[in-house]
Design a protein around this ligand. Sequence first.
Ligand code: PLP
Length: 486
Amino acid sequence: VSDDLAPPRGDMDPEVFRREGHRIVDWLADYFAAPERFPVLSRAEPGDLVRALPAHAPESGESFDAIFEDFKDKIVPGITHWNHPAFFAYFSITGSGPGVLAEMLSAGLNVQAMLWRTSPAATELEQVALGWLRQLMRLPDAFEGVIYDTASISVLHALAAAREAAIPDVRTRGLASRGLPRVRVYLSAHTHSSADKSAILLGLGQEAITHIACDGHHAMRVELLRQAIAADRRDGVMPLAVIATVGTTSSTAIDPVAAIADVCEVERVWLHVDAAYAGVMAMVPEWQHHFRGMERADTVVVNPHKWLFTPFDCSVLYCRRMDVLRQAFSLVAEYLRTSEAAPVNNLMDTGIQLGRKFRALKLWAVLRYFGADGIRARLQEHVALARAFASWVDAADGWERLAPVPFSVVCFRHHPDGLDDEAALERHNAAIMDAVNRSGEAFLSHTKLDGKLVLRLAIGNLRTEERHVRRAWDLLTNAAAARQIV
Ligand SMILES: Cc1ncc(COP(=O)(O)O)c(C=O)c1O
């Protein structure tokens, strides 16, 4: 096949697809072998790509070769490399080999798994893979799982289910109807902002959210939760749900889930546990105590796309009352009505979207390829790297750590003698971070803890070795030293 221009009708010639597919797999294999050849944080300036591409779609088709050349020359420079072993910002992730290959198969099949019959295997593989993950995380059989794109969407569904359980009338009458109670959702000061967005979208409103203050380790103070619920009950406000987090976004803090579950049980309030990042550590026996109480939640979210080596996107919501979730969302139009020989699960009934990607394939491939032991070993290695970094921070003059390291994230800052003004420290640390990120050799992000700007180093990429973490530390200490000289 010499000419890969689009034929006058139909799709790309399968032989062109074969040839170009091999080229792309070769490119990806080279990329995975050495992502360090690219700067981890893109050096693109705003508008670079828009200026580099034509303002109008081509009238005539172009060769895939031309498309691929533009990908390499114009798109890749605007990529921040999440695959880079020194990507330490936000939560570091991995689109692992088996996950990427399975994602290619899923893209090729182009399955839309709204109904069991629109691909029985997609529905049933989701059941199998989520059953495996549930057992590995030691969640009881009562939990049924469903895959969404992100934890933001998972918490939206969790809160919708909580609302359905507490005030089922809302489904037909809407929240604004007269006679319905005011409701409240309790979060910690460190709960991910997606919960607040869900309250906005569900029509509860931001005023329906109470942020409970945290202790010195950034974990929710349960006695304050109890007090807030009691005060609301006195005022005629209905407590709807509590969100407890294991592994908060800023510092990976751990809310006291068991104590919060006690409160929720007494108060009969929906408990959602956000374990989007850290949940996979429930697979590791030595870490299981951090998750005590999670098994009593109504819903639990864990994101395989965060720390389970599954290409973005893949978020799992486990629900012990899936009937309530279905009650909230099931609405079967005539054109979607089916009858099968036996009862089946139609994924469209478990959420707002009708169409669904076949995401279970990549999760199943990852679980099989690495195996539970292989996954545990890799997670523990990441924790060990984070602890090594934390020990360097602890041992260094002028550096301080600002949170415990229960998982693979270290919060720290440079705090030289004599520099105690918070605003000056903030500028100083932001400048250090910028210098490191500009190097292209490492990428860190920041947060605020107790009003202090804190640098975060997050480990989660399968290619990260101690030398990458060591290099990041050298870059940080060099940047700090250079600033002191000025
Ligand atoms: C604890 C926690 N929950 C939820 C989210 C939202 O995740 P997603 O990007 O999948 O919506 C994040 C994102 O970092 C998170 O850290």
